[in-house]
Design a protein around this ligand. Sequence first.
Ligand code: UDP
Length: 480
Amino acid sequence: MAVVEPLRVFFIPLMSPGHMIPMVDMAKLFSRHGASATIVTTPGNEPLVRPSVAGSSVDLLLLPFPPSAAELLPGGRENLTFMPKSDHARFFDAFFALRPSLEALLRARRPDCIVTDTMYAWTADAAAALGIPRLVFHGHGTFPQCVHESLHLRGTHKKKKSEEESFLVEGIPDRVELRKSEVSSIFQWEAALDFWKEAEEKSFGVVVNSFYALEPEYAELYRRKPGRRAWCVGPVSLANCKGSTSIRSRGGNNNHPEVERCLEWLDSVGTAGSVVYVCFGSLNEFEPEQLDEIASGLEESGYGFVWVVRNSGWAAEEGFEERVKGRGVIIRGWAPQTLILGHPAVGGFVTHCGWNSTLEGVAAGVPMVTWPVEYEQFVNEKLICQVLGVGVGVERGEAGAVVRKEAVAKAVAEAMGGGREGERRREMAREYAAMAAAAVEEGGSSYMDTAGLIQELLEFRAQAQSARPNWTQTQTQLCF
Ligand code: UDP
């Protein structure tokens, strides 16, 4: 019997942790299903990816920015997490300058399939010209995507005059209300949305980091769109087995002493589920006033905490660290989030509701305190609190207002305790975590979607090869 060559898949993520980390996980997942997976990124991102793929069979291919673009990224900061929001537009100028070398790479290497971030819309045409199927990765689940599509199509939010006026999202299975101010940042690149959509229509399909049982009605609705094919393959974070080194080094090298101290401290905590983990993602930076309120709120809550603070310049008021010694840990910079969330001492998650964090919270089976800040995070909050019933929203007042310490303490207390209602939330959280684990196990819905997708791509390749028997022989060597 002829040996079938593994499917060669190139994963090309946007250089931002919220897009890169799940794609690296997805590459591991594909390789576990027998594919030969390669991450394509730039040299400045190597330190973030290399430790995560160590010990796996996932390859890394480094493609430098052209010199003209490198000038736009001072200090070799080639990832959105390394720059303030004000520099993001410059980053995207550099990002688009990668196109010629990426096209040359695809021509030279001719992978069997590419998985590219939605923002690499031009790869739809480049791949089609080479006969390579392109899969799109949006980075969101089907619930937020259905909400976005409804709003984009119907413009419901645009009919509201005031930013604080709420409206009902039309055409979705649940009764979801949002405020105009909560969706405006999603639509800041409205013209690009059409462009991305068009590129998606020319692609093979969409890979979604979610699992069917989490949002069944939305997975159905999303797949009902004529011409769209979508595979739910998540939670991809579960590609990193418990206890493995890859879970520790997810997103970069997490071997700094603060992380070490935090993990030792968590091991020493006697009561399971008594610590709340607090993290607002890889891009958000709060003003010092907000950080002061969070510090006081966590102290007031009385619960143990691990709090990840990105702002390098902020220091807690004098005496704070002394007062919470033995009860709370601050990690400055980067934390191994899924490792901490999976620790038995952790019983709650204060989150900004980025999609990855949302799914990681679900997979960890802990109730969440939701505190969305921008983009689709407000939509994800509705899924967590209203549809799944595993979260408590922090009281925020008007858009942009500082959240006070009382509100922080109250929401943490409700999520970690909360009487019968709290117990019901914890029970639901445990149930969803069990469903998430079952989805990626052999025979589970995400496992079957991944296996089915790879099989289809192998068949696609076989057909293409029989139409062009010399295809693989025409591959040329790379000479960058
Ligand atoms: N993350 C992490 N450590 C940190 C901060 C973030 O591992 O200190 C990871 C987190 O686990 C998630 C990703 O970074 O996988 C952030 O993605 P998300 O969609 O939650 O939010 P974003 O950063 O894109 O706003």
